[in-house]
Design a protein around this ligand. Structure first.
Ligand code: HEC
Length: 158
């Protein structure tokens, strides 16, 4: 009897571990998305200018730089903004580099996956400030301001 319980447990453990290797959802967790934030080559800055620091008086984070991954950037066809009443495509990533003076403090990001934004905040050193596992209502409620550009609020103010 115990032998079977042991074997069954072993099978379950192995099956789970295998699953971890192939589960695509794991690519959209805090650390993998933080890695994406750091991959400078994958992004273009808003208005194609990496030097602009926006004051961020209307947001929750203070001064910031803003960058879009290639997929998201390609969708900015309305004078550098997403056209009204349209959506960013799957795998778009928008990253707010929240600044402390002229240096990066942390990333606030949104990633389009299965038709919805994943929201999170993390520091470059790996410290997670707002996990993607948390209820995103806090972020979404405030981002649901008028603008109708798929919850990206910078387009309203800058
Ligand atoms: C109090 C309202 C408010 C809350 C809460 C808030 N945001 Fe924002 N966020 C804004 C505004 C407004 C902007 C536009 C830029 C600015 O003025 O800061 C913004 C900008 C951003 C951007 C850049 C893209 C864009 O929409 O312009 C990201 C990414 C972002 N926020 C992530 C988050 C995440 C993640 C959370 C939740 C942990 C969050 N925000 C919570 C108001 C908010």
């Amino acid at each position: 009897m115990y032998k079977y319980v042991f074997i069954l447990t072993a099978i379950i453990l192995i099956a789970c571990r295998k699953d971890k290797g192939i589960n695509p959802d794991l690519a959209y967790k805090d650390y993998s998305l933080l890695d994406s934030c750091k991959n400078e080559a994958a992004f273009n800055y808003y208005k194609n200018d990496p030097n602009i620091i926006y004051p961020g008086n209307n947001g929750a984070h203070g001064s910031f730089k803003l960058k879009f991954n290639k997929t998201a950037f390609a969708a900015l066809t309305d004078n550098g903004k997403l056209p009204l009443n349209t959506k960013f495509p799957e795998r778009s990533m928008v990253v707010k580099e929240v600044m402390s003076g002229t240096s990066l403090n942390f990333y606030a990001f949104m990633y389009k996956y299965k038709g919805a934004w994943i929201w999170g905040e993390a520091k470059p050193n790996g410290e997670v400030i707002y996990s993607v596992e948390k209820d995103p209502a806090l972020c979404i409620n405030c981002h649901q301001q008028t603008g109708n550009r798929d919850l990206v609020d910078t387009f309203i103010f800058y």
